[in-house]
Write a protein that binds this ligand. Sequence first.
Ligand code: ZN
Length: 134
Amino acid sequence: MKTEKNREKITFFIMTGILLMTALISLAFILMKGSESGRTTVIISEGKVIGRYDLDLMEGEKRITVQPEGSRGFNEILISKEGVCITDSDCKGKDCIKTGTISHFGETIACLPNRLIITITSDDEYSGYDARTY
Ligand SMILES: [Zn+2]
């Protein structure tokens, strides 16, 4: 009788454990999916949105050279599923290149001398973006 009860207890704990694990794993999956889908990189040059790319829909790599009219400054941007980075720039500090690759929501690369901002956001944000409020 006593061993029977113990066995029930053990079974109960194991079942609870499995249920808890399953719940945690599915929660992790939901969170991961939720936070990493719909990543859109927005490229803003001199206060204007000049490009939007859905990172999750990227195939291969895309290189963009940004050089605003009447400006000598340039930035070379590399976009892929893995993220966005600036591969080359003529700015002084090269901080934008040093920033490396960004791939998560809210991350930003800024090249202040060339007035370039690259950020990762959800699809709907930045539709009415105004650089003056940045
Ligand atoms: Zn720079």
